[in-house]
Design a protein around this ligand. Structure first.
Ligand SMILES: [Zn+2]
Length: 246
C-alpha cells in the first residue's frame, strides 16, 4: 500500500516521498539526503525518480545528491538550468507530456511562481489513483478531473500577512513577493472548489508559512468550504494514499 511520507513542508525545506515499500517517488529535493535515506529504510535504490517543482533551495538544494546517488531527477528545462544539473540521470520535462517513472506516471503543468519554469505535477500510480501536487504558486490556472489525493499549498492568510507588515515582522517587499508567488487560504479554497472533489480521499495542505498562517483556522475553513477534513503537512507524517477509501 502506498504511503505519503512527509520529510519537510516549509520554506526551510520541502521533501515528500510516495512509497509502497517496493518502489518510491521522491517529490522535491529540499531535505538533507540523510533524511531521505531514512525515509526509505536506507534502500535508496527503490526510489524510481525525483521530481522537482522549481530551483529554489528549499525545493532543490539536494538535487545533485539525488542524481549522484543514482536517482533519476526530473524537472523543467528552466529548473534544471538554474539548479545547474547536467549529465547522467537528469531528465528535462515538458509541460503536459507524460513521463513513466517505475509504475508512476507524471504529467507536469505550469504554475505561477517567481522561478524560471516552475511546475506542478499530476501523478498517477495504480495504488494511489490520481494525485495532484501543487506548491509555490499563487493560483492554479487549470482544473483537474477525478482526483483521488490532493497536496496543495495553503501558505498564508491575507489578514495575518497584513498584520505582520503593520507590526514590522514582515517587510512590505516580502508581503508583495508572497502575494505574487504563494497561495493564500482564500485562493486555496477557490482552487479546491473549482475541482471535482467527489473521489478525493486525502487532502493535504502543504507549505504553510511559519509566520503568516494559522493551521487550526486553515483546517476549519477548508473543512467547512469543501466538506473534507484536510491534513496539515508536518515533518514525519505518514498518510496512506490510496485510490479507494477502503
Ligand atoms: Zn519557491
Amino acid at each position: 500500500m502506498m504511503d505519503l511520507k512527509i520529510i519537510g513542508s516549509a520554506s526551510s525545506g520541502n521533501g515528500y516521498i510516495l512509497d509502497n515499500g517496493n518502489e518510491a517517488l521522491m517529490i522535491e529535493c529540499g531535505m538533507a539526503w540523510k533524511s531521505v535515506q531514512k525515509c526509505v529504510d536506507f534502500n535508496v535504490s527503490r526510489i524510481q525518480g525525483a521530481i522537482i517543482s522549481h530551483e529554489h533551495g528549499d525545493h532543490a538544494k539536494h538535487a545533485e545528491k539525488a542524481q549522484k546517488s543514482c536517482v533519476p531527477v526530473y524537472a523543467s528545462h528552466g529548473t534544471i538550468e538554474r539548479i545547474g544539473l547536467s549529465g547522467f540521470n537528469v531528465h528535462e520535462m515538458v509541460a503536459f507530456q507524460k513521463y513513466v517513472i517505475g509504475n508512476f506516471t507524471v504529467m507536469p503543468f505550469d504554475v505561477q511562481h517567481d522561478a524560471a519554469e516552475p511546475f506542478g505535477f499530476l501523478i498517477h500510480h495504480p495504488e494511489t489513483g490520481l494525485v495532484l501536487f501543487a506548491t509555490d504558486t499563487y493560483y492554479l490556472k487549470y482544473t483537474f478531473p477525478e482526483l483521488n489525493n490532493i497536496m496543495l499549498e495553503c501558505n498564508y492568510r491575507q489578514d495575518i500577512l497584513d498584520a505582520n507588515v503593520a507590526n514590522g515582522i514582515v517587510n512590505p517587499a516580502q508581503r508583495n513577493r508572497t502575494m505574487k508567488s504563494h497561495m493564500s487560504l482564500d485562493t486555496c479554497i477557490e482552487t479546491l472548489m473549482a475541482n471535482d472533489l467527489a473521489d478525493v480521499n486525502n487532502l493535504v495542505l502543504i507549505h504553510l508559512s511559519n509566520t503568516n498562517s494559522d493551521a487550526e483556522y486553515f483546517r476549519q475553513a477548508i473543512t467547512s468550504a469543501t466538506g473534507i477534513i484536510p491534513k496539515i503537512a508536518r515533518p514525519g507524517m505518514i498518510i496512506p494514499f490510496c485510490k479507494d477509501v477502503f
